[in-house]
Design a protein around this ligand. Structure first.
Ligand SMILES: *[C@@H]1O[C@H](CO)[C@@H](O)[C@H](O)[C@H]1NC(C)=O
Length: 148
């Protein structure tokens, strides 16, 4: 292994073992409160999402309500316009959360964000909501990303 390969391997290992909290904006979490957003890999911000790869997303939040369901809704905000973003599994109860959700409990919403190779190379803002039974947001977060 030459030193260049070694460096790349090292950078990859760092990217995969150090989940760095991402700066986010709360866009109206009415029935919960977000504490930490981790995106992996994301060695520098805005997070670079690589085409043809997946990034893992881990949102730690405190629930203010009880809920039997948790539904994720994701948008990419491109030049101010929200565009629906398909995620493989919109069911939060199958994404690291044990449902029913209890009041005043801390949950980790853990999922994958696949980036299709046909996406354009642009900067955008990801808006990620997780809705409760009443369609209120357990969390609503926004963070900038760059597709590369
Ligand atoms: C998600 O983040 C929480 C808090 O930082 C951590 O305890 C948990 O292990 C993380 N889950 C994964 C799958 O990395």
């Amino acid at each position: 292994m030459d030193s260049r390969t070694g460096l790349i391997v090292l950078l990859c290992l760092m990217g995969f073992t150090w989940a760095v909290p991402v700066k986010f904006l709360d866009c109206g979490s009415t029935s919960g409160k977000v504490s930490i957003v981790d995106i992996n890999p994301c060695p520098s911000q805005p997070c670079q999402l690589h085409k043809g790869q997946s990034s893992s997303v881990n949102v730690t939040f405190n629930s203010g309500v009880e809920s039997h369901t948790a539904t994720a809704v994701v948008h990419g905000i491109i030049a101010g316009v929200p565009v629906p973003f398909a995620i493989p599994n919109a069911d939060g109860c199958k994404s690291g959360i044990q449902c029913p959700i209890q009041k005043q409990q801390i949950y980790h919403y853990e999922t994958e964000l696949p980036v299709k190779s046909e996406y354009p190379s642009i900067k955008l803002v990801v808006e990620w909501e997780l809705r409760d039974d009443n369609k209120n947001d357990l969390f609503c977060i926004r963070f900038p990303v760059q597709i590369v």
